[in-house]
Every structure is written in C-alpha cells, then in structure tokens.
Design a binder for this molecule. Structure first.
Ligand code: SF4
Length: 272
C-alpha cells in the first residue's frame, strides 16, 4: 500500500480547513463563519494571515486543529493541484470531500497506531490475528480515501465508523488485558479532579474531560480514543504510552514542559 501522510502539511493545501467548516464565535474562534466560506484571515496564497498570533487574536481552535493529511491529499492528489479559487466549478465537490477524507485519515491514523502496538507485542495469537484484521481494514479505508470526488461523496462513514470502533475496541482490550484499569468510557468527567485516581490502563474513550484535572497522572495504556480533552490539565502527566491520543486532543489541552508525550506527538507552542 502506498504511504500516505496522516498529518497536516499546510504548505501543500489550499486552506481547506479555513474554508470548509463553519465557525461559531466562542472561546475557540473570534468570529462566526458560515461553512464553505473562506475565513477573512486566509490570504491569497492560502496561508493564514495571522498564523503567529492566532491565540492572541481569539483563534485558539485553529492551533489545535489537524486534518490528518486530508488537506494536502485533496489539494495535490485528488484534485491534481487545481484550487477552488481558480476552478470554482469543482469547489463544492472539493468541499464535500474534505470532511470525508479527514475522517478516513483519522481512522487510518488510529489503525496505524494499533498496528504498531500489536506488531510490537510479540507473537500472542490474539495480537497477530488482530494485526492482520487491522491491516485488512486499513486497506479498505485507504481504498475509499483514494476515490475521486464522486466516489468520496458516496462513502458511507456511518457504516465504516462502527467497524473501526469495533476493531479498535478489541485492540484496546487486548493491550490493556494484563491489569485492566477502570472503565470510564463516555463518562461525563468535565471539571473532575482525577489526580488521585489510578487511571493506568483505564478506558477513557469518548469521555468528557473538559477542564478535568489530570496533573501528574500516569496515563500509561489509558485508552483516550475520542476523549474530549479541551482545557484538561495535563501538567506533569505521563501520556508517553497512552493509547489513541491525537495531536488535536493534545493541542486542545493544557500542559507544560513536564508533560510526557509519545514520539510523533508535538508539544504545543502555547504549553508553558
Ligand atoms: S484564523 Fe487563520 S488558521 Fe484560522 S481559519 Fe482563519 S485563516 Fe485559517
């Protein structure tokens, strides 16, 4: 299977994340912006005109965003380097394809992590079998993401998503099976003080952790798939061996120089 980048390369993108989604004025975005409309800060060269001042200008949400490589793939591969300004006739197709490819690429990002853990886990039969299943599913997802605009419009994410969630759930349980921690999946833990809770090998998948206090926590083998970490306190926390953590989650949280992250995740510039 061809290698596909699963992280944003803004220099190769036509600013799709600055055009396609709608913004609602909030702590993350200083303005309301309708969908399929360029942000007023987007320059003619598809660069952000306030890139170095995003947070002070009220666009913290932009600093946490990552398209998982969907933007450059659509810009340079699917649409062959033809941008939405010079080809307005294809703009609507490109806009519709962006959230589809972003979601497919996020699936692939998680499947790649699952594969890494499983292949590193030795030769336990369950892990070998799961790794083979992950490979097959990843191939299917990549085939969907490589379609043209019409094919992407026909992708049924509602059918694909649960299959990804199912296999990642089984991978998570296999990786946490040695001494499984508490199951706090989908729990509303917003604002909770979790500093004295043993969260190692816990499931926090889909949990609402908005503003939760996780300072100093050891989150080794903690499943964070889809957890809402906006404003969560991660100063001094160890996430170097957490499962299914993404750059947008990290960017939305609060951390410091003592927060430990796995290789491949970048420390946000706004962390102390
Ligand atoms: S503020 Fe900059 S990064 Fe954010 S949407 Fe507008 S142009 Fe894009």
């Amino acid at each position: 299977m061809a290698e596909v980048e699963l992280a944003a390369d803004c220099a190769q993108c036509f600013g799709l994340c600055c055009v396609v989604p709608a913004f609602a004025a909030s702590a993350d975005f200083a303005i309301d912006k309708p969908a399929a409309t360029p942000c007023p800060n987007l320059a003619t060269d598809f660069r952000c005109g306030i890139h170095t001042r995003l947070r002070e200008r009220g666009f913290a949400g932009c600093t946490a965003y990552d398209c998982f490589g969907a933007g450059q793939r659509l810009s340079q591969v699917t649409f062959g380097g033809v941008d939405w300004r010079s080809s307005p006739a294809t703009a609507a197709t490109m806009y519709a394809a962006f959230p589809v490819v972003r979601e497919l690429h996020e699936f692939r990002y998680h499947l790649a992590e699952a594969r890494r853990h499983l292949r590193a886990g030795g030769d336990r039969e369950v892990e070998v079998s799961l790794a083979d299943e992950v490979d097959r599913l990843d191939g299917e997802v990549e085939a969907l993401a490589s379609g043209d605009g019409a094919a992407l419009a026909a992708v049924d994410l509602a059918a694909v998503g649960p299959r990804i969630g199912d296999v990642l759930g089984r991978v998570s349980r296999a990786l946490r099976s040695v001494d499984t921690g508490p199951d706090l999946g989908r729990r509303d833990l917003a604002g909770s003080d979790l500093r004295s809770t043993d969260l190692r090998a816990a499931s926090l998948r889909g949990a609402l952790l908005l503003g939760a206090d996780l300072r100093g926590c050891d989150l080794s083998r903690t499943d964070l798939l889809g957890a809402d970490l906006r404003g969560a306190r991660l100063e001094g926390a160890d996430l170097s061996r957490s499962l299914f953590l993404t750059q947008p989650q990290v960017g939305a949280a609060r951390g410091d120089c003592a927060t430990r992250l796995a290789a491949g995740l970048n420390r946000p510039a706004h962390w102390a």
